[in-house]
Design a protein around this ligand. Structure first.
Ligand SMILES: Nc1ncnc2c1ncn2[C@@H]1O[C@H](COP(=O)(O)OP(=O)(O)OP(=O)(O)O)[C@@H](O)[C@H]1O
Ligand code: SF4
Ligand SMILES: [Mg+2]
Length: 351
């Protein structure tokens, strides 16, 4: 499978000024790597604020002015600089944006969907296609002349979706394309995304909805606090034993299929010195506190965890900890500190 999109070691931070002139760098994406091949759908799943939309905006070159970016993005083997991103945006790479605010408030929706045309023939051809796609999503002719403020939330989402699909991109980035849609339109969206795959296109599907990811994607990448912590084949998400990261396992174990909701409120807001999941991890070991695990390949999956091959059990925490600590012969003071932390966690777990 040829690689269509490659994101390599992407990091994004924002400069903020706290209390006047105090400059502060907030890192929101760290060392992110992700590939999408031709005929491949990769879903990105993560809690609110974990950096999913920023990934989409980086690929398209539409980040806010105060973002600092390192790493690179390649499309069809070529590094995308800002100029190239602008050139292929809306053509070879299209976005279904998360927010309906991406619609131009001063332009009728059919005009926005059709876009610029070089002559009458192109306009007629695109107009026909626009009507066809709008009809498919239940947007009748009266919608064509409406302005965005005249649309309901669901209609606006359908317009965004139709607009992206109309352009027949090689790579579609769908940032939460289904919330607010009726079940028939959700099914249509899934089928349309799959059709792109059959045509050899690639799709980056950003979603909170595990059902949609499971029905649509080939691989699922899990985001946690700006890090990709695991990328695994979709079929492995049906049984947590086939997954590698303790956070990913917890998501699949703890949440019933229909009510799947990502764990909220546990992601560190500030940069931490060790593994970002350390504070919540049931199998953390001493080295996790001050060392960042790299994203490594294992058995066809990608995993960012020192202990991914250790079994999670009730008593695994303290035993592993003692083993690791003695291996690395750290000072007694540190051993006590970490053990206390783990005991606290166990006490909380039992509460
Ligand atoms: N212009 C900005 N300045 C400072 N921080 C920002 C800016 N834009 C985004 N962020 C921060 O970056 C983090 C990631 O934002 P992003 O929108 O990518 O999250 P997300 O995973 O898409 O969330 P959601 O699921 O809610 O859409 C958030 O903590 C957000 O507050
Ligand atoms: S075992 Fe360590 S590296 Fe793995 S998720 Fe837990 S804290 Fe992070
Ligand atoms: Mg988002």
């Amino acid at each position: 499978m040829e690689k269509l999109l490659e994101v390599n070691n992407l990091s994004i931070s924002f400069t903020q000024y706290v209390q006047g002139l105090n400059r502060h760098d907030l890192k929101v994406i760290s060392d992110l790597s992700l590939d999408i091949g031709e005929s491949e759908i990769v879903a990105v799943l993560g809690s609110s604020g974990s950096g999913k939309s920023l990934l989409a905006h980086t690929i398209l070159g539409i980040l806010p002015y105060n973002a600092h970016v390192t790493g690179d993005v390649k499309f069809k083997g070529e590094i995308l600089d800002q100029e190239k991103k602008e050139k292929i945006r809306g053509k070879e790479i299209c976005l279904i944006p998360q927010s309906v605010n991406f619609l131009d408030p001063l332009m009728k929706v059919s005009q926005q969907a059709i876009g610029e045309c070089s002559d009458d023939n192109e306009f007629k051809e695109k107009k026909l296609k626009q009507r066809e796609v709008f009809t498919k999503y239940g947007l009748d002719e009266s919608v064509d002349d409406l302005y965005p403020f005249e649309l309901s939330g669901g209609m606006a989402r359908k317009v965004l979706l139709s607009t992206a699909l109309l352009n027949d991109p090689d790579l579609l980035i769908a940032d939460e394309p289904t919330p607010g849609l009726d079940s028939k339109s959700v099914e249509e969206t899934i089928q349309d995304i799959k059709k792109l795959k059959e045509q050899g296109k690639g799709v980056l599907l950003i979603t909170h909805e595990i059902d949609v990811a499971l029905k649509t994607a080939d691989k699922i990448a899990i985001f946690y606090s700006g890090y990709v912590i695991e990328i695994n084949k979709v079929e492995n998400f049906l049984n947590s034993e086939n997954l590698l990261h303790p956070y990913t396992k917890a998501l699949v174990d703890a949440l019933p299929y229909n009510g799947f909701k990502l764990t909220e409120g546990v992601q560190p807001l500030e940069e931490v010195s060790g593994c970002p999941y350390y504070e919540n991890c049931p199998i953390c070991s001493y080295k996790c506190a001050n060392n960042k695990p790299e994203l490594i390949e294992h058995d066809g999956a990608m995993i960012r965890c020192f202990n991914f091959n250790k079994v999670i059990s009730d008593d695994s925490v303290s035993e592993e900890l003692v083993d690791d600590v003695s291996e690395e012969s750290v000072s007694e003071e540190l051993v006590v500190d970490v053990s206390e932390e783990v005991n606290d966690e166990e006490a909380n777990d039992g509460a």
